[in-house]
Design a protein around this ligand. Structure first.
Ligand SMILES: [Cu+2]
Length: 514
């Protein structure tokens, strides 16, 4: 007799094999949809935490359909609330809040699960979620441990103390072994922390402050999401996904009607694997004012910059001299969004201050330990990437990184692979010390680091506080980290989601000082 679960799985498999043809996004009319801005999350009451009332939010993950472009049929997505990106959480430094993350999703997944991956075995429920706020200094029980997933109908309530400087964080699914599929389906949104120091800077705000959440997807002509598969039916995992349809705030080729004033754009790369290389078609400068973990000491004028998956950029663009112009926001040859600058007078667009906020450099002498971390890639017999590891260790092996609470460590990331990997540590913020080219082939053969270039200081766009760092191919990347926050178990991983789901994630444990 067939169980209900087997019947459902069979139906899902059938739906996957009968595929509509893929969409060529270049056939879509450009810049016909206004840029949507995700709604701000609304408080749902208060919760008492240690006898103190804190704002309470409830965000449900649901299946819904939405149009990604005027001329496409609605796309079935999974998102928070009723939008992708989900509602933006707005909060302030030092003001705690609680969120109930509710799983109201269907019981069958609509994207191809690979049951060979650790944590996604066939005996696990297909649809599982657990939410992590990327960049949050949260206690371990509220961090979204990848194995603390729960199934449809269930929820988890997490407390966020927000004892950290203002920054653009983001929330997303982190469920073991299917995180890449859940995020591809739409389970992500922004989480903005502000404070009075930032308020006093008079940065562009209100209608002049706009989030730009970037991602790429493959779509079918019927509008549905297409997640690529390997071609091996029992092993559908692919090592990377680079979609051909670029979405900004959930729209393909949107248009922003702007005033000829200053705009603050909070940019997030929420893609599974694509690195965006961003610029404006008229070569107008971005005034970079912040990155992952908040404001830089002072603005930096840059013409272009790279954002890897998980990274954020906080930029001001001044359209004052662009009255009547039409500008394209682009990533290399991909057109992401059009900006049509009006001709009217501008009121209340804020300023670009000369200085922003002190970012004291953590001296290397403060470090009590230097941990050397290697990135290891394994190929199958056909030369295809099969798996990537951190320090040659699988997820389930014992914890090896146990920094003491409050201590400072240098992590030296040795990457002899041919890919750049964005490495993210939960809980903490850190600074990039430097990078240095080395001979990856020699290292793989001998285990010895043979440098082939000088020390390279951080790029301007990577100065300041980071929580995700690009470990470039054949480079040694050094970061300095102070393990502030809470003792307990956290994770660190590559933010290329296909890598993360296939063992490129490890636990680490912050231990009380001896
Ligand atoms: Cu990676």
């Amino acid at each position: 007799m067939l169980t209900r679960r087997a019947l459902l799985a069979g139906a899902a498999a059938f739906a996957r094999t009968v595929r509509a043809p893929q969409l060529d996004p270049n056939t879509l009319a450009r810049f016909v949809d206004p840029l949507p801005v995700p709604p701000v999350a609304r408080q749902a009451g208060e919760r008492h935490i240690h006898h103190n009332p804190v704002p309470f939010y409830r965000l449900a993950m649901r299946r819904f359909e939405t149009k990604l472009h005027r001329d496409l049929p609605p796309t079935p997505l999974w998102g928070f609330g009723a939008s992708v990106p989900g509602p933006t959480i707005e909060t302030r430094s030092g003001e705690a809040l609680a969120i109930e993350w509710k799983n109201d999703l269907p019981r069958v997944h609509f994207l191809p699960i690979d049951h060979r991956l650790h944590g996604a075995e066939a005996d696990k429920p297909e649809v599982r979620t657990v939410v992590h706020v990327h960049g949050a200094k949260a206690p371990p029980e509220s961090d979204g441990w990848p194995e603390d997933w729960y199934t449809p109908g269930k929820s988890a309530t997490y407390l966020y103390p927000n004892r950290q400087e203002p920054a653009a964080l983001w929330y997303h699914d982190h469920a073991m072994g299917i995180n890449r599929l859940n995020i591809y389906a739409g389970l992500f949104g922004l989480y903005l922390i502000r404070d009075s120091v930032e308020d006093d800077l008079n940065l562009p705000r209100g209608p002049f402050e706009i989030p730009l959440v970037l991602c790429d997807r493959f779509l079918r002509r019927d509008g549905s999401l297409d997640y690529p598969v390997s071609g091996k039916p029992d092993a559908p995992w692919v090592p990377e996904v680079f979609g051909n349809a670029m979405l900004v705030n959930g729209k393909i080729f949107p248009r922003l009607d702007a005033e000829p004033g200053k705009y603050r754009f909070r940019i997030l790369n929420a893609a599974n694997g694509r690195f965006f290389h961003l610029s404006l078609s008229n070569d107008l400068s971005f005034h970079l004012i912040g990155n992952d973990q908040g404001l830089l000491p002072r603005p930096l004028a840059i013409r272009d910059f790279v954002l890897a998956p998980g990274e954020r950029a906080d930029v001001i663009v001044d359209f004052h001299d662009c009255r009547g112009e039409t500008i394209v926001f682009r990533s290399d040859s991909f057109e992401l969004m059009q900006i049509r600058v009006g001709r009217g007078a501008v009121v209340g667009d804020g300023s670009i201050p000369a200085t922003l906020r002190p970012v004291p450099r953590t001296p290397e002498s403060a470090a009590v330990r230097n941990r050397v971390i290697t990135i290891n890639e394994f190929m199958d017999r056909g030369g295809d990437s099969m798996m990537m590891l951190l320090n040659n260790a699988h997820w389930s092996m014992p914890v090896t990184e146990k920094p003491e609470l409050g201590s400072v460590e240098v992590w030296t990331i040795v990457n002899p692979t041919d890919d750049s990997h964005p490495i993210h540590l939960h809980l903490v913020r850190f600074q990039l010390l430097d990078r240095r080219r080395f001979n990856g082939e020699w290292y793989k053969a001998t285990g010895e680091i043979r440098y082939g270039g000088p020390l390279e200081p951080p790029e301007p766009s990577e100065s300041g506080w980071k929580d995700t760092i690009r470990a470039h191919a054949n480079m040694v990347t050094r970061i300095i980290v102070r393990f502030e926050g809470y003792p307990g178990k956290y994770v660190w991983h590559c933010h290329v989601l296909e890598h993360e789901d296939n063992e490129m994630m490890r636990p680490y444990e912050v231990v009380p000082p001896a």
